[in-house]
Ligand binder design. Structure first.
Ligand SMILES: [Zn+2]
Length: 102
């Protein structure tokens, strides 16, 4: 039987490096706790991206320092709607889809 040191070594997790492109090509999962919905492309209709950051307000997200990014995630259509309807004050319905009547 292996001693404790040997069992610990065997149980150690390994790390694997992947390129940014490989990481980006992974399926995306809704960040809502307990949801678990995934999608091949986070650009699919209804899915939203959410970026939470601290520090100075930046009108251009390219100027946000990565160290200030607290959460960069996607939300499925259901949880995008839930967040929009329950957390955010009404700022003009940015997440809502309006039927065109031009
Ligand atoms: Zn979700």
């Amino acid at each position: 039987m292996a001693n404790r040191h040997e069992r610990r070594r065997a149980a150690k997790l390994f790390t694997e490096k992947m390129s940014v492109q490989e990481f980006i090509s992974l399926p995306s999962m809704c960040a809502w706790a307990g949801c678990g919905k995934t999608i091949e492309s986070p650009d699919s209709e209804g899915w939203s991206k959410m970026l939470l950051y601290k520090g100075k307000t930046q009108p251009d997200i390219r100027h946000i320092h990565p160290a200030d990014m607290q959460r960069d995630c996607v939300l499925c259509p259901e949880h995008s709607r839930h967040l929009d309807e329950n957390l955010m004050i009404d700022i003009g319905g940015r997440l809502r889809v309006f039927a065109g009547t031009a």
